[in-house]
Design a protein around this ligand. Structure first.
Ligand code: SAH
Length: 348
């Protein structure tokens, strides 16, 4: 089987260079091209001897993703639809802010969690990505846009903790090979209690973001049929254990759906349930998903009222900025559009 360059450590690339009859430093140069300079072709790797480049082109796979389509919006948010050799497609999103820039990566092609409001859920799970494929999304964005990337958020397609080993390996590669500290990495999950505890023991100071979306088990189960199988009590116990073990503040994501989970009572219940957690709540107003049920984004006044109610209960609240309008789409929609000829609709 051909080796993936992205996904190999510098040590492994040194071993590879040696197997090709080259001195060890050639392997370190190769790592510099792949991870440091985000080189996407062997032609670019001008400091490597032609014979080594030819051997690598023959015996390895690089890059893992190729750009298929791009949509950029006026605020600088850029979505890239990427394709692997087997035809798998994922979205990677570049999000520039004033003092940092993030890439939002996918961990799976599709998703098995079946959340009622989510575009990615529509096609089910095709396959999980390997660590190199997760990391190569960051390298692709960096190379395609010529942009510096300071932060990575695991908030694209798929459930990171359902692809646990590859997700953890990708975080270590980003830290050790790409130079993006785990402190600048956020992992967003539907909330799998055992996997949260396991991640807490990895010694990786990432920020954990848990998608709650409902203050009670019945509604959560309706909205998130797979994740909702774990009770909120057991999930919140795992979150408390997370903050105790890692000593890091975490985030609860709360998708706001008009008339479904946005009442003052539900805000008070949410505040009661998460009371004492070292966490803030990130409110995510719903992005319309074509062909995905009957959900609506609440009006601005309702969003503000919900936030006020949480703040009154002493909870720190943020709201996810709506990015990517009008040309971009909610997570999963660029891919859906390419798969099914759908029209792009809404902001990220
Ligand atoms: N599987 C992970 C990462 C997925 S996407 C998780 O569930 O956390 C990241 C966030 O976007 C999640 O909180 C997810 O619930 C939310 N999301 C999904 N569909 C959305 C939509 N249509 N509008 C707004 N947020 C959405």
């Amino acid at each position: 089987m051909r080796v993936n360059l992205v996904g190999s450590t510098t040590e492994e690339l040194v071993a590879l260079a040696c197997e090709c009859g080259q001195p060890a430093y050639r392997g370190r140069q190769l790592a510099g091209w792949v991870y440091g300079k985000s080189a996407r072709s062997f032609d670019e790797m001008t400091s490597l001897p032609a014979a080594l480049r030819a051997a690598l082109a023959e015996g390895t796979v690089h890059p893992l993703w190729n750009e298929v389509r791009r949509s950029a919006s006026t605020d600088g948010t850029t979505k890239i639809l990427a394709e692997a050799a087997d035809g798998a497609r994922v979205e990677c999103v570049f999000l520039p802010y004033s003092e940092r820039s993030s890439v939002c990566v996918s961990t799976q092609v599709g998703c098995a969690m079946d959340c009622a409001f989510c575009a990615t859920a529509m096609g089910g799970l095709s396959r999980s990505l390997c660590a190199g494929e997760i990391v190569d999304q960051v390298l692709l964005v960096r190379a395609a846009l010529g942009a510096a990337v300071t932060h990575v958020v695991y908030m694209g397609m798929g459930e990171p903790l359902a692809n646990y080993a590859q997700t953890v390996r990708s975080i270590r590669l980003l830290a050790e090979e790409v130079g993006i500290s785990p402190r600048r990495i956020t992992v967003s999950t539907v909330g799998i209690p055992d996997a949260i505890r396991r991640l807490a023991g990895e010694g990786l100071p990432v920020t954990l973001a848990v998608s709650l979306h409902a203050p009670d088990d019945a509604l959560r189960h309706e909205l998130m049929p797979v994740a909702g199988a774990h009770s909120l009590d057991s999930l919140l116990r795992a979150c408390r254990d997370w903050t105790q073990t890692t000593r890091r503040r975490m985030t609860f994501e709360y998708l706001l759906l008009d008339g479904i989970n946005d009442s003052a009572d539900q805000a008070r219940e949410l505040a009661r349930r998460i009371h004492g957690c070292l966490a803030n709540v990130n409110i995510i107003p719903y992005n319309h998903v074509e062909g995905r049920g009957h959900f609506h984004r609440p009006r601005r006044a309702a969003i503000e009222a919900f936030k006020r109610e949480l703040e009154r209960a002493g909870i720190a609240v943020t709201e996810r900025l709506r990015r990517g309008n009008p040309v971009s789409a909610a997570c999963g929609q660029l891919r859906n559009e390419s798969v099914e000829g759908r029209k792009l609709e809404d902001g990220c």
